[in-house]
Unconditional design. Structure first.
Length: 384
């Protein structure tokens, strides 16, 4: 069923339940007061299929429907439209043409990726494509990067022409590509000039076009505390998913809150300017009409039986903590999210959505997500 695929995305095998959060209201920590949810966006996994119930049945329909999702999010008053990027699957794989189209059809919402596997990328070509899309969007791109995640291809990057160099780890290869990409989008000179280059003596050629501010809108998807600390040191913003590669028996939000604290401390110690941003992804299924009750009602029944909890399981030869689903009416979801330490420490929630139900269905859920944001933030101040 589509809902089950969406809910369990990335979940390889889960076993041990993590204790549920205490029902009493916690006092906010300083980090929570700093975060105070300001933004809510959707994160589309970007699937298309011809399975029963799917409203997105081809690659063409997926592209057009994703653009419609961005328009619907803006119309509803949401703050962001984010897309997942995976290769060799029936989903979104080439982000920049799609982000450019989304940018041309919207005027306010942030447009993001969650996340781009840098091992597939030529950093300089990517810098040109990203700057082009950002200029079309008026400087609204928020690019999430990473070293990648489990995928169907045995060696996808190698097939793309980027085999892993001998003696180098995938994370090291991705890190080098990120450095090249960030340097290129900063406007720095990177290429030696030829005889006919129009450049002053001693200067290097930068990539073109250049989009001001794009280099300050780069995020990294971290899976553990050390990775989060490194993200802060490097001056990128932090993305945290519905799973982390740490299994302590604690709630997902507790583990993530510790990672967020380490990230912010590292950012400050490195002396970076500006405010470090943090997004956390959550599976949120608001029930408010017959359609959402039909699709999400069975998950609510599982929730009532105590079967909807954070889980400890395995993924990619690692043990991790997988998040629960927040399902029910708006008030119930808000109450539970308020007990989620990571949510209340972040400035942005990315709600995973069942994109195969189509933009029309999701447009209705966006109104509920906006209400959830407003209740969590008190008074919404718009995108940061």
């Amino acid at each position: 069923m589509i809902v089950e695929v969406w809910q369990a995305e990335g979940d390889a095998s889960t076993g041990l339940s993590v204790p549920s959060a205490a029902s009493s209201t916690r006092a906010r920590t300083p980090d929570e007061r700093m975060g105070l949810v300001k933004n809510v966006g959707f994160l589309s996994f970007g699937w298309w299929s011809r399975s029963p119930g799917s409203k997105v049945r081809s690659a063409s329909e997926l592209m057009h429907d994703t653009i419609a999702l961005a328009e619907a999010a803006e119309d509803a008053g949401m703050d962001g439209a984010w897309i997942r990027i995976h290769h060799f699957e029936q989903n979104t794989s080439s982000p920049f043409p799609l982000l450019a189209a989304m940018g041309a059809r919207t005027s306010r919402v942030e447009l993001g990726t969650g996340v781009i596997n840098m091992r597939y990328e030529n950093p300089l070509y990517m810098a040109e494509a990203a700057a082009t899309a950002d200029l079309i969007a008026g400087g609204r791109l928020q690019l999430g990067l990473s070293r990648g995640s489990p995928e169907p291809a045995a060696d996808g990057p190698g097939t793309f022409g980027y085999p892993l160099p001998a003696g180098k780890l995938p994370v090291e290869d991705a890190a080098e590509r990120i450095v090249q990409f960030r340097n290129a989008i900063s406007g720095a000179g990177i290429a030696l000039p030829g005889a006919n280059a129009q450049v002053a003596r001693g200067e290097l050629l930068p990539i073109s076009p250049y989009s001001p501010g794009l280099s300050e809108r780069i995020w990294y998807g971290a899976g553990n505390t050390e990775s989060a600390r490194r993200v802060g040191e490097l001056g990128m913003h932090l993305m945290s998913s519905t799973l982390v590669l740490e299994a302590t028996g604690e709630l997902l939000g507790t583990v993530q809150a510790r990672q967020i604290k380490a990230f912010r401390a590292s950012w400050r110690e490195a002396g970076h300017a500006g405010e470090p941003r943090v997004s956390v992804s959550r599976s949120i299924m608001p029930i408010f009409n017959d359609a959402t009750r039909m699709y999400f009602g069975p998950l609510l029944e599982r929730d009532k039986m105590g079967a909807n909890r954070d889980q400890v399981g395995s993924i990619d030869n690692s043990v991790g903590t997988f998040g629960k689903t927040y399902v029910g009416d708006v008030d119930k979801i808000v109450a539970e999210l308020r007990e989620d330490e990571a949510v209340m420490t972040s400035d942005t929630i990315l709600a995973t959505i069942p994109n195969q139900f189509g933009a029309e269905f999701n447009r209705a859920t966006f109104d509920a997500l906006v209400e959830i944001r407003n209740q969590l933030s008190g008074e919404h101040a718009g995108s940061v």
